[in-house]
Design a protein around this ligand. Sequence first.
Ligand code: RP5
Length: 164
Amino acid sequence: MKKVAVIMGSDSDLPVVGKAIDTLTDLEIPTEVHVFSAHRTPQACAAFTKAARENGFGAIIAAAGKAAHLAGAIAANTTLPVIGIPVKSSTLDGLDALLSTVQMPSGLPVATVAIDGAANAALLAAQILAVEDGALADKLEVIREKNTQAVLRKDAEINAQYRN
Ligand code: RP5
C-alpha cells in the first residue's frame, strides 16, 4: 500500500494533526509524520516533497496555521495529491490559514479541508488510496455505516425526548 505523509508546520500543530494520524493508524495506512515549515525549513520541505513519489507515498497531508503556505509550497514540488489542513491559531480564528491554504493559483491544486479538519484530511487521503485498494475501500464503507448508525441512534433519542 502507498504511504501517506503527514506534515505539520510546527509541533504546535500536533494537537490538531493528531486526529489525522489517529485516523490513518485506525485504517492501518502506513504513515510518516514530519515537521517541515515552508518558511523556517524550506529546503528540507522541498527535498522531502520532491522525493515523495519515488519513496512510496500516495498522498501528502499538510497542516499549518497563520500564513499557511505549507500545503501550497508542497504542491509546487509534486504531482501527488496534496490535502491542506488550515490550523486555527490564537488570532483570526483560522481564517488566515484557511485563505492562505485554499486560494491556490490555477494549475497547483490543494484539496483544502475545514479549519482543523484533520480527520477529514485523513479520510480523503484514504479515499484517494482506496481507488486502487478494495480492502481499504471496504474499511471506509464500514466507517460510513458506523457514522450512519450513530446519527440514526441520536435521531431516535432526540425524537423520544421531545415526543408529547
Ligand atoms: C505555522 O505557524 C505553523 O504551522 C503554526 O500553526 C504557526 C505557529 O507556529 P509556532 O510559532 O507555534 O511554531 O507555520
